[in-house]
Ligand binder design. Structure first.
Ligand code: FAD
Length: 95
């Protein structure tokens, strides 16, 4: 089956999701392609130690720096992207 779209957005993080939201009223056919799965509601998904200290969901892929050395970028590949993981833990709201 062939499907068509006017706009294809790669990635469902805050960038892709915001773009899709902004363009939705245009009536254009928008598709978001996301490489990751939806995060399942498991105990680890609600555990900051599992997520940030144990890296339960963190990708183990390595990137190559401009100095030629490989490093772990610490990316998360799930629906919502890195935005989903970092939006709560690092934001301080005024009391
Ligand atoms: C370790 C770390 C700590 C951070 N800490 C903070 C912080 O404290 N405060 C803060 O404001 N920001 C922080 N950031 C930055 C913040 O997470 C990003 O600025 C923001 O999430 C970027 O949003 P985005 O939509 O551009 O990308 P992302 O949220 O990363 O979304 C990209 C999406 O694209 C998907 N994708 C990637 N490749 C493909 C492909 N080939 N095909 C389909 N889908 C693909 C990914 O799976 C992901 O869902 C941090 C980032 C990292 C890595």
């Amino acid at each position: 089956m062939t499907q068509t779209a006017d706009i294809v957005i790669i990635g469902s993080g805050v960038g892709g999701a915001s773009l899709a939201h902004s363009l939705a009223p245009s009536g254009l056919r928008i598709v978001i392609l996301e490489r990751g799965e939806r995060l399942k509601d498991t105990p680890e998904a609600r555990d900051d130690v599992a997520i940030f200290q144990k890296g339960f969901y963190r990708s183990s892929e390595e990137w190559l720096g401009t100095d030629g050395e490989s490093f772990l970028p610490g990316n998360y590949y799930y629906v919502g992207g890195n935005s989903k993981f970092f939006r709560g833990g690092h934001v301080s709201l005024p009391s």
